[in-house]
Design a binder for this molecule. Sequence first.
Ligand code: SAM
Length: 288
Amino acid sequence: MSCLDEIKTMTLKLLKKIFSNSLNEYYSKEEINTLFHILIEFYLGINKINYIQDPLYIISKKNISLIESKIKMIQKKIPIQYIIGEVEHKNIKFKVNKYVLIPRPETIELCDWIIFNQKNKCKILDIGTGSGLIALILKKYITGSIVHAWDKSPLILKIAKENALKNNIEINFKIVDILKNVKVNDKFDIIVSNPPYVDKSEMQFIDESIVKYEPHSAIFVEGNDNLIFYKKIIQYSKDALNSNGTLYLECHIDRINFVKNILKINNFKNIKIKEDLFGRKRMIKACI
Ligand SMILES: C[S@@+](CC[C@H](N)C(=O)[O-])C[C@H]1O[C@@H](n2cnc3c(N)ncnc32)[C@H](O)[C@@H]1O
């Protein structure tokens, strides 16, 4: 794309061709197509229909340079969500940056499962809220719910608070390190968490862009007990759930049966495992 310095303007169609050529050694044709349309919609306000209707639309030099700078970021494998700085799920816009995990489809499925099961107003706690994904979705879609959301760092909660404010969703945020001995001052009907669950020894199997750009404290477990978050959350939930309260956890596919056993040992009842859209056992719920 360095030749673009000499170019004053070009058509949308040519921009797409240059975009594809710059990225074809890094991504598949479909991925490049998706990335192109996300970028031109976000930065230039040109959606797919506009593109189809007017491929000869002229792009200014300023906008060519803008897209060129984004291509360089994509070549470095920076996730598109961090490049544009936001994602949208269930009609909620989430700001995302290097401090918070990029929302994953299976976590939205976990939210949908809770929303499906919970028809009455209730009090909810989201442990390890990150961008605020789970907390904001549940507050928006479970009418009358009161939602608390915890994370361990102020930098992370700052993003979650911005997201709540921007979407006009009321959440009670608090800095809490769940691995410390947290006192039970409040009771909840639902506790939910998508905690860190990847062992540091598994880093070699994780996609390069995740390891390089997403926050390790959201993904990897320190120390040699990769179930530590589950043990702490289950222990805490035993005391912090109201009677008939429900704990929902997102899990690593290889560890969900271990989590099930920890729940059983702690006398949780009605334990149910749910598969995600790809048929992977990724979610578990249990009642106290
Ligand atoms: C896998 S991310 C989930 C983020 C968000 N809930 C989601 O599903 O997209 C795990 C979150 O747990 C938080 N976390 C890590 N260690 C923690 C701790 N000791 N206490 C509380 N939260 C912690 C991380 O900062 C991160 O936001």
